[in-house]
Design a protein around this ligand. Structure first.
Ligand code: NDP
Length: 598
């Protein structure tokens, strides 16, 4: 498909109009924090909180967060014979996002073979290309058991205090469960999206029916279960789901099937491309999964996804398709234009217009009602919002029960005692499900629930006031023996967060092992090495996501100008694949250049 210049101009204008409809002066402030009267939305519906004695001891490593980051770091430490590791999590088990998100239809959106960590180490074969949530949660538990991480773990535990004790070269940790213990090393992997938020719709507290957030799914109310049993209790219920992001896209098909009436309240449509999920053929897997297979797949996905020179595409999904198309457009340029940023940008734009036209045309082929199909079309560049992939979402609107209520970009107007109002009309419902996402643009302390206090009482918030400073996104000067497990200032590979985690955890385990072997009490990045790393990061092109001409969302700070500090939320200038190669060499030299062990 080639798109004419006239058509491109029309599309650009349409995109701008649609963005303008949605811009709001209150940006991130439009959302409600779940505290006070709203704090019940945070309660754990899955595992009962059990009484336990507080801990007043010392451990070698404490890890805050029991999702993939904590689990993989725990596993990598265990491989180095470091087993005195205590993982803390506010949930009732391991799993992180997969502990909380048990809504019907939940599954990974990046292929399981590269998304699920430690597949080779655990010998697990993902049952599907995009595995469903219960299997991912079980996999988390499998890692926990295999590496004995349950022995010392503390669940339903929220860290409230984290302070460096210079005299004793250790961290002091306190929690909401009365724990007061110390750790020589502390690592933090709390994940980017874990504090549910509610839309600031007037009247939200007036509703007299039932309501919950998707990350606290109430199966007692809906019936069914995360394994896909039908939501039987809803067959005589009128239900509204507010939000049409990646979560809603996954749970709408089950709701449409289960409810008497389902209102899907849409402010901005998601772009929903083909997912083509399929069961894994065990024979194929057996043949393919030779030694080192997962590392090969990870590297191949990253190379494909980030525009590397690679022939084979092992994963073959929407993410790699996106990158392949851009690459082929650039290859169509005359050789003299291939290094020209403006020409390359134009090639990228062309590829994006084509892709989005295909995605919009796909809606027409799958949705019977013309108006509904029109309303489901996304008018923005694909990476303005989290791209979605699904084989049943669009089709769900052909069910008699499912009604799309497009709000013309304005959102739900009001919640009432009996239901909600869209474009001046009230709809009565028994239940409102908030698929309204998670806090992103709020402060780190608000999202983690604790401040990190380093040397001389310096808080991390203070140290990072003008932007994040680190080496590799892992070590921070003035915060000895602390490690951060997250993508920023490292590979910054957004399409597959676990790959960042797998690499960082290996780096951390090797540093801690080195310190222990050499009887070093502290590990700290030198001020100069941290500065050099940050300077290097600033030579890059910056973050691709977050453009202000995009429709508002959490990728672009809800359409508000980014804070100056956010210019440091970037990755390795040469790209993710180059970063992974670099960090592997860096840690394997054994001298950990830039890090001081003392
Ligand atoms: P999102 O933040 O993506 O979506 C929230 C939704 O709520 C949006 O559609 C938003 O509309 C809508 N909304 C907010 N306020 C209102 C309002 N006042 N009236 C009506 N609608 C409103 O949250 P999700 O939970 O869907 O996804 C969050 C992230 O979690 C994803 O981007 C993805 O990174 C991750 N995720 C990953 C999955 C996977 O890998 N399998 C599955 C699910 C989520 P608007 O767009 O206009 O702001």
């Amino acid at each position: 498909m080639t798109i004419s210049t006239v058509k491109k101009d029309q599309l650009k204008q349409k995109y701008a109009e649609e963005r303008d409809k949605r811009l709001r002066a209150d940006g991130n402030e439009q959302y409600l924090e779940l505290k006070g009267q709203l704090s019940h939305y945070l309660e754990d519906p899955y595992v009962e909180v059990k009484a336990r004695e507080p801990k007043n001891d010392h451990v070698t490593v404490a890890f805050i967060g029991g999702g993939f980051a904590g689990l993989v770091t725990g596993a990598r430490l265990a491989e180095q014979d470091i087993t005195d590791v205590r993982i803390l999590d506010k949930g009732g088990d391991f799993g992180g996002t997969w502990y909380w998100n048990r809504y019907p239809g939940a599954m990974c959106d990046t292929a399981s073979f590269v998304y699920m960590p430690l597949l080779e180490e655990t010998g697990h074969m993902p049952s599907e290309k995009y595995t469903h949530a219960p299997e991912i949660l079980s996999h988390c538990q499998r890692i926990g058991h295999q590496y004995h991480l349950y022995d010392k773990a503390l669940f339903h535990t929220q860290v409230t205090h984290l302070k460096w004790d210079e005299g004793n070269s250790r961290w002091s940790i306190k929690t909401n469960r009365g724990d007061d213990f110390t750790a020589q090393f502390v690592a933090i992997g709390t994940g980017p999206l874990h504090i549910p938020k509610l839309p600031g719709i007037p009247g939200l507290e007036d509703f007299k029916g039932h309501s919950f957030h998707t990350s606290r799914w109430d199966y007692d109310y809906t019936g069914g279960n995360p394994d896909g049993a039908p939501l039987d209790n809803l067959k005589d219920k009128r239900v509204a789901i507010i939000g049409t992001g990646a979560t809603s896209v996954q749970c709408v098909p089950a709701l449409a099937e289960g409810c008497k009436t389902l209102y899907v309240c849409q402010r901005t449509p998601s772009s929903v491309d083909v997912r083509a999920n399929k069961n894994t053929d065990p024979e194929w897997f057996k043949e393919m999964a030779t030694e080192g297979w997962q590392k090969r797949w990870l590297e191949n996905f990253t190379l494909n996804q980030t525009g590397g020179a690679v022939e084979e595409d092992l994963v073959q999904d929407g993410w790699t398709d996106l990158a392949r198309r851009v690459r082929s457009k650039i290859n169509e340029l005359p050789p003299e234009d291939r290094g020209n940023p403006l020409k390359m940008l134009a090639a990228y734009e062309d590829s994006d217009f084509e892709k989005m036209e295909e995605i919009r045309n796909r809606v027409d082929t799958l949705v019977g009602d013309e108006q509904t199909a029109q309303d489901l079309k996304a008018w923005y560049r694909q990476l303005c919002k989290r791209p979605c992939f699904h084989d049943e979402y669009l089709q769900a609107f052909n069910e008699a029960s499912a009604i799309l209520l497009d709000t013309e970009g304005q959102g739900v107007e009001r919640i009432t005692e009996k239901g909600f109002v869209v474009l001046g009309k009230e709809y009565e419902v028994d239940c409102i499900i908030y698929a309204s996402g998670f806090e992103v643009g709020t402060t780190l302390v608000r999202r983690t629930g604790f401040e990190t206090i380093g040397r001389d009482g310096l808080s991390l918030s203070n140290y990072w006031e003008e932007g994040m400073k680190s080496i590799h996104g892992i070590n921070v000067h003035n915060f000895p023996n602390a490690f951060f497990v997250q993508p920023t200032q490292g590979a910054n590979l957004i399409s597959n967060i676990p790959h960042n985690i797998v690499e960082s955890s290996q780096t951390i385990a090797m540093m801690i092992k080195h310190a222990i072997d050499n009887k070093a009490k502290t590990i700290e990045v030198s001020k100069q090495a941290e500065k050099d790393w940050v300077d290097l990061l600033l030579t890059g092109a910056g973050m691709m996501l977050g453009s202000l001409d995009c429709t508002p969302g959490y990728y672009n700070n809800e359409g508000q100008a980014p804070s100056p500090a956010s210019k440091l939320n970037v990755g390795y200038p040469a790209g993710a694949a180059a970063y992974f190669k670099y960090i592997d060499e860096w840690r394997n030299t054994g001298d950990f250049k830039g890090i001081e062990f003392s």
